[in-house]
Design a protein around this ligand. Sequence first.
Ligand code: MGD
Ligand code: MGD
Ligand code: MO
Length: 765
Amino acid sequence: MTLTRHPSLAHWGAFTAVVDSGRVIGCEPFEADAAPSPMLNSIAEMVHSPLRVKRPAVRRGWLKGNRDREGDTYVEVPWDEALDMVAGELARVRRDYGASGIFGGSYGWSSAGRVHHARSLIRRFLFQGGGCVDQIGNYSWGAAQFLLPHVIGTASPVSGDVTDWASVLHHTRVIVAFGGMPLKNAQVTSGGAGLHSLPGYLKQAREAGIELVVVSPTRADIPSGIEAQWISIRPNTDTALMLGMAHTLLNESRHDAAFVQTHCVGVDTWAAYLRGDSDGQVKDAHWASYITGIPAEVIRSLAHRVSAQRSLLTAAWALQRAEHGEQPYWALIGLAALVGQIGLPGGGFAFGHGSLNGIGHPHRPLPGPEVPVPRNPAGLAIPVARIADMLLAPGTSYAFNGTEHVYPDIKLIYWAGGNPFHHHQDQNRLREAWRAPETVIVHESWWTPLARRADIVLPATTPLERCDVGGSARDPYVFAMHRAIAPQGEARNDFDIFAALAQRAGFEDTFTAGRSEMAWCRHVYEGMRSGCAHRGVPLPTFDEFWAQGYAALPPADSEYVLFEAFRRDPIAKPLGTPSGRIELYSKSVAAFEYDDCPGHAAWLPPREWLGAQLARKWPLHLLTHQPKNRLHSQMDPAKLSRRDKIQGREPIAMHPKDAADRGIADGDLVRVHNDRGACLAGVRVDAGLTPGVVIMATGAWSDPDGTLDRHGNPNVLTADVGTSRLAQGPSAQSALVDIERHAAPAPAMRAWEVPGFRDRALAKD
Ligand SMILES: Nc1nc2c(c(=O)[nH]1)N[C@H]1C(S)=C(S)[C@@H](COP(=O)(O)OP(=O)(O)OC[C@H]3O[C@@H](n4cnc5c(=O)[nH]c(N)nc54)[C@H](O)[C@@H]3O)O[C@H]1N2
Ligand SMILES: Nc1nc2c(c(=O)[nH]1)N[C@H]1C(S)=C(S)[C@@H](COP(=O)(O)OP(=O)(O)OC[C@H]3O[C@@H](n4cnc5c(=O)[nH]c(N)nc54)[C@H](O)[C@@H]3O)O[C@H]1N2
Ligand SMILES: [Mo]
């Protein structure tokens, strides 16, 4: 037996692949990783899974001109024929409809390796070929991305530009985490994690005597092994809690009037709203108590505690992935402004400490490895989560961040590196919308729910079948990713597929820039190396880096405090807002005249929450959080994810009283349903929930039977509405449902199957 070992990287960690006779037999965690993710164990299984797409395949119905993209059989074709078909379709649609007929936003996480990052490659290819309709924003922090520039002049704090842990450990006395700090999420960072640092920081925080308060509908958002106060809250009501705290501070003159005076604008308008001058409703702790379900004295005492000592107020990204998700973020900044610690060590507001690995990890601001994506010459894009609206209503207009746009008429969808049949809300609506285009082309490594709804499927390699360079600006390493095994089946690299298509369209040299795979790895690393050298940080040569398998970046040389310079001198170091200050009231936002996002943070109840009229019909609030044992829908068929299922279905956490009221016991199979659809799930009774709240992780591969999902993809239940006209982000966390026991025998679960294949001769009938 000759084992070979090859360094590599995934979004959930760096590792060494151990290979025996062409098969990956294990993935050993990177030696310097303090808390490696068990998800590394799923890689070998998935690389050799029977679900791999082995050869290019064409949907049989598409050959006959039908758009019924579900449950169809496929015909496998040779590569050259598949590439000719794709090139022909692209050329036809470009000729007849122009760039506005091609949808190539291709949202999704793709790989940690940057040279082969599929979403960058597809956009590079389509942009260079004449452009397409792109997607802007993301599902992660879509609402924050467009709101924050109006309020603080930048969206950078939501992607990790926050006061670092070094500063927190030295100065903070209390951390209030809205949405908690579940360690499950800190396994992952986009671009890869060499060091999992959150467990270590939390331990140090505990040793330093820092109090942790977790405001969440579930006790499970308290990081395991850490003591914390749990404040149970109704979902989507954090804005009311923050307003109640803000009112308490103003009313009791506990706010920092001097800071607000010198560093903010619009406090008078916001304070008038909090007092109820504008709508007759005082937003005091008593009012907030009624909405949030948190006792008024707890709200007042929390306001006292955060203003009386050094406090860090941090909100999970999930809070803004809800209808009116702009509001809790604006309210948090408003509250932190009144507390007056923004720009002080360990104080102020932050986002995402429990959302992703590396948030708050001290680092130097250095460039990471990147493949350049050129400008989209078509200049066309939709807000990322408005895909079904676009497909269902081409030609209609919509509002977005102060502007009006018209949805294009899409004839061809091209996707590589994402899975809308995982990530999008109201899947039954998306399934209907998916019938609109003439052609759907997908590159995938597995027969995912997206691949099984595509007309032409091209098999893509996985990272272990190619060479790459990966890393994230939030992580202290850059990694060499060595090819460990040959491409499985007839899989090809996305890069080579696009190069072959570019060649057919006459721009191969532009696409490849004349570089081979290794030349790109070198180029991307050298780009980072020269950027680092520019900032006085020497990195090893490419050859040294490649041989070593990684390069370490030097540690941060000082503690980082968000807005420290602005705090010290707001005149010389203004923010990027129109006023140069924190905008508690924004004239620009007010001028948009959106009733779903007015000029200051406000309590705007979503259509679906536990206080809504609709809760009489659908009395449970469903939250769909990130899965602990997979990355979104990736690796759902692997053992680690599978062993959590109940009777083969995705688990749903339910309060004992809600279960008992419905005659449901732990381990029962249930039907979770609302007006949009239904899914099966297996019940896990959990007393650590806010009553009325049920929680399912996202990512179970969809398995539809009519409008019922037999496996438990919660996106059949979530609402497909924009957070507001300002950001148009996804509102996945605003969904009411009801649950009943599924007494009938469980239907077979068929999500993890490959489609049927027909041979050529039969394909024409
Ligand atoms: N209800 C609900 N829905 C949600 C969320 C929620 O909280 N609730 N969260 C949302 C969020 S924050 C996000 S970011 C999205 C995530 O949505 P996605 O990023 O779309 O989800 P993934 O399952 O990671 O899909 C990535 C796909 O890319 C494929 N892939 C990976 N590498 C390659 C490659 O090299 N080449 C090719 N061709 N394909 C590759 C994988 O096989 C996988 O199928 O989901 C969103 N959806
Ligand atoms: N293991 C793993 N880790 C991941 C991912 C994954 O797929 N798997 N995905 C990654 C991605 S793409 C992203 S964007 C991040 C997302 O990071 P987040 O958005 O922070 O993740 P979630 O798990 O959706 O939500 C965190 C917690 O917020 C709580 N919450 C939900 N709604 C409310 C509310 O209204 N109020 C309060 N107070 N709390 C609420 C939920 O209980 C939930 O457990 O996670 C990343 N990390
Ligand atoms: Mo995300």
